[in-house]
Design a protein around this ligand. Structure first.
Ligand SMILES: Cc1ncc(COP(=O)(O)O)c(C=O)c1O
Length: 366
């Protein structure tokens, strides 16, 4: 069986360094916060080209805390997409704000800048641009739009560790960037973890207070907060893996190129890469007209596949009632959600595995 994701393969690839990192924390002085967290925050900030990084407990918390640290909450609207992990939208709701969901671009599946402008109201406070599947949203259009409309721009980089546009990394462009270190992510831990990156030191200080009970650096409270900390075990593991992120991403891109070549001329839609951008292929997602038959044939051939994401969030129970969608609906998102299929994607896939997946797809469509 070739699974669609394999955090275990990542563990095996980095096993010695991960075991050493865990051992260092076990025999060290801090089981909460401490030097491993601080060292990872510094290393990740340097990697991203951002001034500050604060570790938190998950990517969802990163988004919730970023919204709250920007003062966004009840009565405010946040524009984002329905074509994303539910966490993006659940975070807006958890912050007490209203998600306004707009459509995505048909070629790149990221937020459509024209749709953002059409959805702005006097209550709009922020945009969350999701860099979906490892490809950055159209930041050339979105950054000036956010500045002109005086909206806070948050990058959801959960799927885009290492992605860049015109040489600038995801996380160094908007007002804040939120990362997830969920095990399948391009930079994944052995458990949950997340981080917020920003060039705004005051914002990061507010976010750190919110993430630790409301404490300031002297453990005096300034308002209330929650407990959302990056665990030192995860920080140590992430520090061990960070030096390999670029090589892992290069391998992902090579796998994607092999897939796209092998799946040519089959009537499938393969991923498009934005000009001047580095797509880091967190997922390799094709679109097919008869995906039910395709997924069944793949399963029979021992190839895992998955749906990211179906149904789109504007049609999911519990969310549909709580989000705002403008009159025209989300035609691109809806059609996409009915056709997408995620094929196996992780750096440890061999060329032979990739060729076996290609052969299984070709056989199912023959
Ligand atoms: C786009 C996106 N945003 C947010 C999240 C939330 O991250 P986490 O699972 O670490 O809370 C995820 C991952 O699931 C994601 O893919």
């Amino acid at each position: 069986m070739i699974p669609w994701a394999s955090p275990q393969a990542q563990f095996r690839a980095h096993e010695t360094a991960i075991r050493q990192a865990v051992d260092r924390v076990l025999t060290g002085s801090a089981y909460v916060m401490g030097p491993d967290v601080m060292n990872f925050e510094r290393a990740f900030a340097a990697y991203l080209g951002a001034a500050h990084v604060a570790g938190v407990a998950s990517g969802t918390d990163a988004l919730i805390l970023a919204l709250r640290a920007f003062g966004i909450g009840p009565g405010d609207e946040v524009i984002t997409v329905a074509h994303t992990a539910v966490a993006t939208v659940s975070a807006v709701l958890a912050a007490g704000a209203t998600p306004v969901l707009v459509d995505v671009e048909p070629d790149f599946y990221t937020i459509d800048p024209a749709a953002i402008e059409a959805a702005v109201t006097p209550r709009t406070k922020a945009i969350i641009a999701v860099h979906i599947y490892g490809q950055m949203a159209d930041m050339d259009a979105i950054v000036p739009l956010a500045r002109r409309l005086k909206l806070t721009l948050i990058e959801d980089c959960a799927q885009a560790a290492g992605a860049s546009h015109r040489g600038r990394r995801a996380g160094s462009i908007g007002d804040a960037a939120c990362y997830s270190f969920y095990p399948t992510k391009n930079l994944g831990g052995i458990g949950d973890g997340g981080a917020v990156a920003s060039n705004d030191g005051d914002f990061i200080a507010r976010l750190r207070r919110l993430a630790q009970y409301g404490w300031d650096e002297n453990r005096k409270t300034q308002g209330i907060g929650v407990n959302s900390r990056l665990d030192p075990l995860q920080a140590a593991i992430l520090s061990a893996k960070l030096p390999h992120l670029d090589a892992d991403n290069a391998r992902r891109a090579a796998i994607a190129a092999r897939y796209s070549q092998g799946l040519d001329n089959l009537g499938l839609t393969v991923p498009m890469v934005r000009a001047d951008s580095r797509h880091v292929f967190h997922l390799y997602v094709i679109a097919a007209d008869n995906r039910v038959a395709l997924m069944a044939a793949l399963a029979k051939a021992g190839v895992g596949s998955a749906l990211h994401y179906y149904p789109a969030i504007d049609r999911q129970d519990g969310y549909a009632q709580r989000v705002t969608v403008l009159g025209g609906g989300l035609p691109v998102t809806t059609r996409l959600s009915e056709r997408i299929v995620s094929l196996p994607m992780y750096p440890e896939l061999s060329d032979a595995d990739v060729d076996a997946v290609i052969a299984a797809v070709r056989a199912s469509l023959a």
